[in-house]
Design a binder for this molecule. Structure first.
Ligand code: ZN
Length: 394
């Protein structure tokens, strides 16, 4: 039997508050229990982390392992065969893990490579994957292989289900990184989105829809989707102020709002101008959703540019506070709420007996100082200790 590990630290975030002097006991891949101000069990290997805060491993609900966070990740992926792509995806996944992102949901790869990664043993985060996102011919991310002809969306969902995906991702509007598409334009007819949701639910799979355009968001809500990514209410010349009833419907239907968050500052690199000038308005809309008590999670879209490496999620914390969460609620968004949204409730997102032994230890108290979330002291993934620290870019 593997030795139990007792992690001693100064604080522990239990999902709603900070508790002092925790002793967190890991037994294999699970958490055996948490005690406070108590000697560690005599049979356990003790890991002392003075001054540190223990948190559940973070969960990035939206990234792309196949994009390498270079200046042109689409072109870089095109030069790689599947073996080379898998190697680069391993680098990306381990980078996320070292930052304490112990679960990632890949919402778009090429040829189901993320499923191959998911099923590989080794020091990787827990991976959930959608496979190639379903799109229209020439549509957003068509080069990932998920384009379907008119009338073909049900068959595409079935194929994804047969391949064993965890979630269905549909590109309901155009996107930033596909020339020839427009964020403000829907890609599918409302009936096609409905058919896809019906088919996915028959297979027991949730559907999350990439939707910038207000019309695409409305179509997704009407279709009864489980999640909407970006939710920017993007218009041709700016950002729409959504009708209050639409905000209320998103909240009432408990649709997961996948807010896109987390930017690493890189000298001389800016987000695309059309994104940068809309960001304050997009954040104002996210604030409206928070005030309406919508079910919001943070996905980094990691991999899309040098500003979005795969370990960027902890940097979403200050923005979550800016759009209306108290710091403790914001930490819960990155952990327990994200776990529920990904279908992992009861398994991940909390430090409690019986949960997976996914732990992030950081230096300081991230409730007092959000930057502390980036100061990694230790990471455990399914009970294995991971070497901390961020590798050089590349
Ligand atoms: Zn994305």
């Amino acid at each position: 039997m593997a030795m139990r590990i007792a992690v001693r630290a100064e604080r522990l975030f239990d999902g709603s508050r900070m508790l002092a002097d925790p002793v967190l006991v890991l037994d294999g891949t699970r958490i055996a229990g948490v005690d406070y101000d108590f000697p560690p069990p005599p049979d356990a290997l003790v890991v002392d982390l003075p001054g540190a805060t223990l948190l559940p491993g973070l969960i990035d609900t939206h990234l792309h392992l196949a994009f390498d966070a270079s200046p042109d990740p689409v072109a870089a992926l095109a030069t790689r065969d599947d073996d080379a792509a898998l190697r680069a995806m391993g680098v990306a996944a381990r980078r996320a893990l070292r930052a304490g992102v112990t679960t990632v949901r890949d919402l778009g790869d090429r040829g189901y490579l993320a499923l191959t990664m998911r099923d590989r043993p080794g020091h990787l985060p827990t991976i959930l994957a959608s496979g190639p996102p379903i799109t229209v011919p020439g549509g957003h991310c068509h080069y990932l292989g998920g384009a379907v002809a008119p009338g073909g969306i049900r068959a595409a969902v079935r194929e994804h289900a047969e391949r064993g995906v965890d979630v269905i991702k549909i590109m309901a509007s155009g996107g930033t990184y596909t020339p020839g598409t427009r964020q403000e334009d829907p890609q599918f007819e409302p009936g096609e989105i409905r058919a896809a949701v019906e088919e996915a639910h028959q297979h027991g799979l949730p559907v999350t829809v990439h939707a910038h355009a207000t019309k695409s968001i409305v179509d997704a809500v009407d279709a009864g989707v489980d999640g909407i990514e970006h939710v920017s209410f993007w218009s041709a010349d700016g950002v729409d102020v959504p009708p209050p009833e639409l905000i209320r419907r998103i909240a009432r239907q408990r649709i997961v709002v996948g807010a896109t968050m987390g930017i690493r500052p890189v000298p001389g690199v800016q987000p695309p101008a059309k994104v940068a000038r809309r960001l304050p308005l997009i954040h104002a809309n996210l604030h409206r959703l928070v005030k309406a008590d919508a079910r919001l999670v943070a996905g980094s879209d990691g991999g899309l540019s040098p500003l979005k490496p795969h370990d960027v999620l902890p940097r979403a914390l200050p923005l979550l506070v800016r759009i209306g969460y108290r710091p403790a609620q914001a930490l819960r968004v990155l952990t327990e709420v994200a776990a529920e949204a990904c279908g992992l409730a009861g398994r991940k997102g909390r430090l409690a007996r019986g949960f997976d032994a996914d732990v992030l230890a950081v230096d300081g108290d991230p409730i007092e100082d959000p930057a502390a979330l980036c100061r990694v002291r230790a990471v455990f993934a399914m009970g294995s200790r991971i070497a901390a620290g961020v590798p050089p870019p590349g």
